[in-house]
Each structure stands twice: as C-alpha cells, then as structure tokens.
Design a protein around this ligand. Structure first.
Ligand code: RNT
Ligand code: ZN
Length: 415
C-alpha cells in the first residue's frame, strides 16, 4: 500500500464511524458528468469571425498567452483538460464555435457546421450540450435580442434559437445522450426603464415560438440573470420571469451562481425549484463584485451547492455545467481547477453523514447539528479524493500543475 492508499484506509474508517461508506460515495461520484464550457479556452471568442469582440454585458479580462485560435487547438486543449479530470465529462458548445469555410449567418447554422465536434465527442466519449449565441453580433449591439422591439431583429434571433435547438437535437441523437440547449440573452437596460412589461411580453412570445415543437433529443433550458455590465437597472429575463416560464412551459431552469445579488446563493434555490421542475441546469461560476464569471474556487458557496444537490437526492436531475472565463491565467489550468473543485465539492457532499445530521435536526438538537457540521470541516475528505484520482488514473494534487506547465511549454507558449 502506498501513502495514498494508507491514507484512504484510515479515512474510510473515520467516515464509517459516522455511518458513511466512502466506497459508495465514490461510486456515486463516478456517475457525475460535468458539462465543461468550451468558452474558457478562447475567452468566449468563437470561430465565426476571428478577433470578434465579446459583447452582451460579460467580459473576459487578461492576456495570458496561449489561447486557442481555432477549433483544432481548442479540442487539443480540451483533451488535455479531460485527461486531468477523474470521470467522464461532457462539453458545452456555443453556436459561435462552428466550423465553416465561409461566413454563415447565425440564423442559417446547421448540424454540418459541427460535424467535427461530433466526431471528436464520439471519439472521446463526451456528451455535447449547446447554446445559442445571442451576443457579440451587430443585431445584438443595442442590447436587445429576443425581446427587441423591432420584429425583424426579434425574428432573426428566434430563427437562430430554432437553428440551435435543431443542432442540439442532432447532437443528442448522434451521441445517444440528450443535449441540453440553454438560452441566455443579454437583453436589458443600463438605466431605469419606463416600461418593464413590453420587453418581457416580447420575450415570452419569442420563447413560445422557439419552443413550440418538442424535440426528442434535446433538453431546453432558460437562464435568468439579475444584471450585467450595461444592463444594471433591468434585465428582461429575470429570475421571476424565467422561473414562471420554466414551470408553465415544462422546460428546465438554469441557475448560474454568478447571476444574483452578491450575498444570494443559488444553493438555497435548488430545493425549491426541484419541487416544480423535473430537471434543472446549473452554471457553476463565481461572482466577484460586478463580474459574474471568475474561476470556481473551493469555497462555502460551491460546497453548499453540491450539498443541496446531494441532500435532495437529485444528482440525476441536476445537470452541472461550468461557466466562467479567465484570460489572466493559464486557461487549461482555469478549466481544470474549477472542474476538479466542483467534483471535490460533490464528493464532500456525498461524504456527509446525512442520516445523523437530519436526525439531530428532526429531534430539535440544533447544538448537535452545529457541532457535527463544524466537525465535518476537518474530516479527511482529501484522502478520499486523492484515492479516487489515483483509481481513475489522473494526477493527484500539484502533479496536475506539472502536467499543465509542461503542456504550456510544449504547446500553449508556441501560439
Ligand atoms: C452570461 C451567462 C451565459 C454566458 C455563456 C457564455 O452571464 O452566464 O451563460 O456566460 O453563455
Ligand atoms: Zn451562465
């Protein structure tokens, strides 16, 4: 037995004393498939028109060298990322990551523009998810898309979203696992609106057109937001708007952890919305001040999210996606750090002595509940995680960084 195995054996005993079976927890963790956001690799640029500007109230700052300049480079980077993650994971694509010889308008994109992504996904055993790109485009330049007052602009974005659902459906069919197709739009006002209703009514009509036809291989999701850069005072697609929409239309709701008030956590929302919706999508992210998309760190917020999924026994009803973009550090590392943190948070949640905690609570022993919650923070979950990494044949601890640094030397720094 090496050190990792010895540490695991001791940790297993410690958890067993609390009624937790670490082997069962690891089996459950193995079923968790994160949807990795392709856009961390190139600062949300996409390949539609190289050098295109990112708009829509989101921003990637920094100029760390080595960003992917084309889809082949992005796939190479992603292969490196997946090789550092225990388990089998999905890829979340945006419409602007298409591959076409000539410029294709967004309302005319087709499955064939994504054939190479599908081949790559098949080869690597990845499921694919998809997103319309309703930003970084001249017809989104004034800050409105699906809720635009101009019917022809609205129609353009409706057609784009329809084309995207069709592509998502194609992904789902080809790969044998439904593709989540998630709609996020930046629409909103910088300053206090005079009419909050009209854009929302228009958005409702647009969404109904987009989602009218049921497609068998795609799961539709809609993503609310409280504010963005340049839409500080009003966002058409608010939490209330989309929650009511999702419940009444039976589609998924997307909870992005960077989309609320700084002290408001999506963890508390999960148990509520799961009472009304079959499935939800998470965009795990980290808001800092006005930015909604910092690299996910292993903080209380992340752990609370994972706990809520596990406590609701909803690992099979919650699609866990990542959504952040940092251009100031090694992008491969940014992906890997956030993804491994998310998996580690799920593991910690699976290692919780739920029966014991809920018993204290049911008996009104809140002292016992608090004491145990605090005690758990120092339990040897790291030993379980490292054992899992070893079992899954991926690097442990800072060995990850050694591999990334090597990749930077051999590949990223040459770009
Ligand atoms: C923006 C939303 C949205 C985007 C991606 C790129 O605030 O979170 O999900 O980050 O579509
Ligand atoms: Zn998001």
């Amino acid at each position: 037995m090496d050190n990792i195995q010895q540490a695991y054996a001791l940790a297993r005993e410690r958890y067993a004393a609390l009624g937790v079976d670490t082997d069962t927890a690891l089996k459950a963790l193995e079923t968790v498939s994160l949807s990795l956001h392709c856009w961390q690799g190139d600062d949300v640029g996409g390949f539609e028109n190289p050098g295109g500007e990112l708009t829509g109230g989101i921003a990637a700052t920094g100029n760390y060298p080595g960003k992917a300049r084309n889809a082949d480079e992005l796939r190479r980077d992603l292969d490196m990322v997946y090789s550092l993650l225990p388990g089998r994971h999905r890829l979340n694509l945006h419409a602007i990551y298409l591959e076409a010889d000539t410029r294709v308008e967004r309302n005319a994109i087709e499955p064939r523009h994504f054939f190479r992504w599908v081949d790559w996904a098949k080869a690597g055993g990845h499921g694919l998810d998809f997103n319309p790109t309703c930003f970084s485009h001249p017809l989104a330049a004034d800050g409105f898309t699906l809720s635009h007052r101009d019917p022809s602009i609205r129609q353009f974005w409706v057609e784009h979203c329809l084309a995207c659902r069709n592509i998502g459906n194609f992904f789902g069919k080809e790969l044998g696992t439904p593709a989540v197709t998630n709609i996020w739009i930046p629409d909103g006002y910088k300053d206090t609106p005079a009419d909050r209703t009209t854009p929302r009514r228009l958005l409702l009509e647009s969404l109904d057109q987009i989602l009218a036809e049921k497609l068998p291989h795609t799961l539709d999701a809609v993503e609310p937001k409280l504010f963005g850069i340049g839409s500080e005072s009003y966002v058409t697609g608010s939490m209330e708007f989309y929650t009511a929409y999702a419940v009444s239309r039976r589609v998924m709701l997307t909870l992005d952890s960077g989309h609320f008030h700084p002290t408001e956590s999506i963890a508390d929302k999960i148990s509520s919305v799961l009472l009304y919706l079959d499935e939800i999508l998470l965009h795990v992210s980290r808001g800092v001040r006005w930015d909604s998309d910092h690299v996910v760190t292993f903080n209380d917020d992340l752990q609370a999210i994972a706990q809520e999924i596990v406590r609701a026994e909803a690992l099979n009803r919650v699609h866990i996606g990542l959504d952040y973009f940092d251009a100031s550090i090694n992008r491969v590392a940014a992906w890997v750090i956030g993804a491994r943190n998310t998996l580690r948070a799920v593991l910690n949640a699976l290692l919780e002595p739920r029966a014991l905690l809920t018993r204290y609570e049911a008996e009104g022993d809140f002292t016992g509940r608090l004491a145990l919650q605090e005690e758990l923070k120092a339990m040897p979950s790291a030993a379980v995680w490292e054992y899992y990494c070893q079992q899954q044949d991926v690097p442990v601890g800072m060995d990850v960084l050694r591999v990334v640094k090597n990749y930077e030397r051999e590949e990223l720094s040459r770009r």
